[in-house]
Write a protein that binds this ligand. Structure first.
Ligand code: SAH
Ligand code: SF4
Ligand code: F3S
Length: 432
């Protein structure tokens, strides 16, 4: 039997889909296949912004005809949107052909839900937030040479725009020993990059072990591999973390530090618990200790009451913090969050115009910073072959994608590339 998984949203979900694949394989679905050939199709959804939901709605709806032709095909919908208040009911009402709806707290039960579906008409199983931090699912990994490793689940921060705490539950940290065990096994299996995942890795805690201590242990595992981590909440980014980054060559000096806004007034309304000045202090701390470090970020435009002056603060932050790249988003009201009922919602035309200007500014910065690479030699961890370009690709430690030609298969290897040309975040060059 064959399976097909459609994933939306963040790295957390990408890794969860690897666990879903592992579970399906243990339940007898031994092969991945295109949707038309699949015996089960799983949608692993996201609800961070309205367009993420619309995307999933559209794709699920598009299966109606196929499901009519292939009665035996199962359709399961899980992930953050399924867990969102009222959405499961809406999903089965809108798409009566869905067989199974499962939540973010019971992914591991998917095989038993499939079993139940053989006896019942429709299976909807959403559990409230549970304390379990080991979901018991062995991931079927597809991201070699990188391996994702969860360190925390959920979030306690309740940024006023964000739905994650509602659909992922309260923050829980995994046991440090279990994490180290997993990292050791992955490195022994040949993975060359470990990316630690959490909504806010900096608030990790297992007894005496906080995030800097955990990172120190992870980077002390023997072997040649890189360590990355995401996401860092600026309020908890500390000098001790910088110390650990400095201590280990394995830890990439790339920090994803979502600023969200460059206006202290908006940051306060967002409940981010830092000001523009405090954010820039963290940036300065990192650059003082590790001058070559790069910072990427997330920025939201059009948060309720955002004025042109607030927005100008976000624009100027791009240069002041000198981001190497940024994910930019138009604020999307999420039912149940505090910001959704705030006065002063910003008209779409205004947000669209602002985000266009912001993207322009970010791209300019990215281009300027990438051009400095021309002529330099960088270490690339080769990830894949781009058949269209006829080139191998992989990332350098600071996150840029490098493209190069090679006669032999380089995937999973560290190679030295001399940069001959830069284009946005991409670098092109020759192996040396
Ligand atoms: N835990 C991470 C981010 C998770 S969500 C952190 O705290 O940084 C990824 C990004 O989506 C956020 O950083 C934010 O920029 C964006 N985002 C979250 N909710 C949003 C909303 N309602 N509208 C627009 N963007 C949003
Ligand atoms: Fe959402 Fe804020 Fe938690 Fe990030 S820290 S997941 S933005 S509530
Ligand atoms: Fe990630 Fe989307 Fe959920 S961003 S945590 S998949 S709401």
């Amino acid at each position: 039997m064959k399976y097909h998984i459609v994933t939306y949203g963040c790295q957390m979900n990408v890794h969860e889909s690897e666990k879903i694949a592992g579970l399906l394989r243990s339940a007898g679905y031994s092969e991945e296949a295109p949707v038309e050939e699949a015996d089960i199709v799983v949608f692993n959804t996201c609800c961070i912004r309205e367009n993420a939901e619309n995307h999933a709605f559209g794709n699920i709806g598009a299966l109606k005809k196929l499901k009519r032709q292939k009665k035996g095909m199962l359709i399961a919908v899980g992930g953050c949107m399924a867990q969102e208040a009222g959405k499961a009911e809406l999903l089965v009402r809108k798409f009566p052909f869905i067989d199974i709806v499962f939540g973010t707290h019971n992914v591991a039960e998917l095989p038993s839900l499939i079993e139940r579906k053989r006896r019942e008409k429709k299976v909807v199983s959403l559990l409230p937030d549970r304390a379990a931090t080991e979901d018991g699912a062995e991931a079927y990994r597809t991201s070699y040479p990188n391996a994702w490793v969860n360190i925390t689940y959920g979030c306690n921060n309740f940024c006023t725009y964000c739905i994650v705490p509602y659909v992922r539950g309260r923050e829980k940290s995994r046991s440090a020993d279990r994490i180290i065990e997993e990292v050791r096994a992955l490195v022994a299996a040949g993975y060359k990059e470990i990316t630690l995942l959490g909504q806010n890795v900096n608030s990790y805690r297992d007894g005496e072990t906080d995030f800097p201590a955990l990172l120190d242990r992870v980077a002390s595992v023997d072997g040649k591999f890189r360590v990355r981590f995401m996401t860092s909440h600026p309020k908890d980014f500390s000098a001790r973390l910088v110390e650990v980054m400095k201590k280990h060559d394995k830890i990439c000096n790339l920090l994803h530090l979502p600023a969200q806004s460059g206006s202290s007034r908006i940051l306060s309304l967002m409940n981010r618990r830092y000001t523009r000045e405090q954010y820039l202090e963290k940036v300065a701390l990192l650059r003082r200790e590790i001058p070559e470090a790069e910072i990427t970020t997330d920025l939201i435009v059009g948060f309720p009451t955002e004025t042109e002056e607030d927005f100008a603060g976000t624009l100027s932050l791009v240069e002041e913090a000198d981001f190497s790249s940024a994910f930019t988003f138009v604020y999307s009201p999420r039912t149940g969050t505090k910001a959704a009922t705030m006065e002063g919602q910003i008209p779409e035309e205004v947000s669209k115009e602002r985000i266009a200007r912001l993207i322009g500014r970010v791209n300019e910065n990215t281009r300027r910073k990438s051009e400095r690479y021309v002529g330099k030699t960088i270490e690339i961890l080769c990830e894949d072959f781009d058949a269209k370009k006829g080139l191998y690709l992989g990332r350098e430690p600071l996150g840029r994608m490098g493209y190069f030609a090679s006669a032999e298969n380089c995937v999973g290897k560290f190679v030295q590339m001399k940069v001959t040309r830069a284009n946005g975040v991409s670098l092109y060059g020759e192996l040396i």
